[in-house]
Ligand binder design. Structure first.
Ligand code: MD3
Ligand code: FE
Length: 238
């Protein structure tokens, strides 16, 4: 992997004083404070560009007519409930932005960090990082009061891991199970800069964001208001 200077890949020490990576469930790893504040600010600047179009940040409308409180802009493939398309036919018909090369490299670094042998014992997960090639990202924005109900991500035709990056306000992430949208689940606090990777037997678990804590974003993250979450996926589509 070469450094083209576009993204600050040489990580300085994390600026947070959190505990290290934690295995939350088989294949589900939380890495607190993975992104530096410099990286967070750089991504927030890219987010501002993505929202300029061609497809605007929008709240998706679910088949029953209910509008989500979370707003989303997509890269690589446009997600609409419940499929991926190259044009945003549910918004303005315009083509989705390209999936950036720097995000592929960041995704590989994320999987390598989360699935290091010291954290997960499963050799099939340890070797996933170098070939990991996400082709879609959902970039979610949570304004005050936004939440995401318990759901599974199953519109992808691939069992490859999902990489999640959080910037801005802290929140409660609810990680459930693969059988039901109800208990048992584990609530994990997520903060600005945190990485979460969901693969293996966690890939199709129910999950959601029951609560975002307004005005908890650290000033250094570059976001004055709300929460950004990027999820990288392998769609398995062509
Ligand atoms: C576990 N986003 O975009 S990220 C989503 O914070 C989504 O915006 C939430 O759920 C957010 O679909 C949660 C954590 C996450 C993302 C994808 C997963 C957890 C996952 C896929 C499978 C299992
Ligand atoms: Fe999800």
């Amino acid at each position: 992997m070469s450094d083209d200077g576009l993204f600050p890949v040489e990580l300085v020490q994390p600026e947070t004083d959190d505990a290290g990576p934690r295995l939350v469930a088989p294949g589900a790893v939380h890495v607190p404070g993975w992104l530096t504040f410099e990286q967070q600010r750089w991504i927030v600047a890219r987010f501002a560009e993505w929202t300029q179009g061609p497809v605007p940040l929008r709240a998706a409308t679910l088949p029953g007519g209910h509008q989500m409180s979370v707003k989303t802009v997509c890269l690589g493939w446009h997600w609409q409930p419940y499929r991926y398309t190259r044009e945003a036919t549910d918004v303005n018909g315009r083509p989705v932005l390209d999936f950036p090369d720097w995000m592929v490299r960041l995704g590989r670094k994320a999987v390598a960090a989360a699935y290091a042998p010291a954290i997960v014992e499963d050799a099939s997960l340890n070797s996933l990082a170098e070939d990991y090639t996400p082709d879609a990202a959902l970039v979610n924005f949570y304004d005050d009061g936004a939440a995401m109900g318990m759901h599974q991500d199953k519109d992808e035709r691939s069992g490859a891991p999902v990489v999640s990056l959080s910037i801005g306000d802290s929140c409660v992430f609810r990680f459930g199970n693969t059988k039901t949208r109800t208990k048992p689940y584990t609530d994990v606090p997520l903060q600005s800069g945190d990485l979460f990777v969901f693969g293996g037997s966690s890939r199709f678990a129910y999950h959601g964001i029951p609560k975002v804590h307004p005005r908890t974003a650290p000033s250094e993250c570059g976001l004055t208001h709300g929460r950004i979450n990027i999820t990288m996926r392998v769609t398995g589509l062509s």
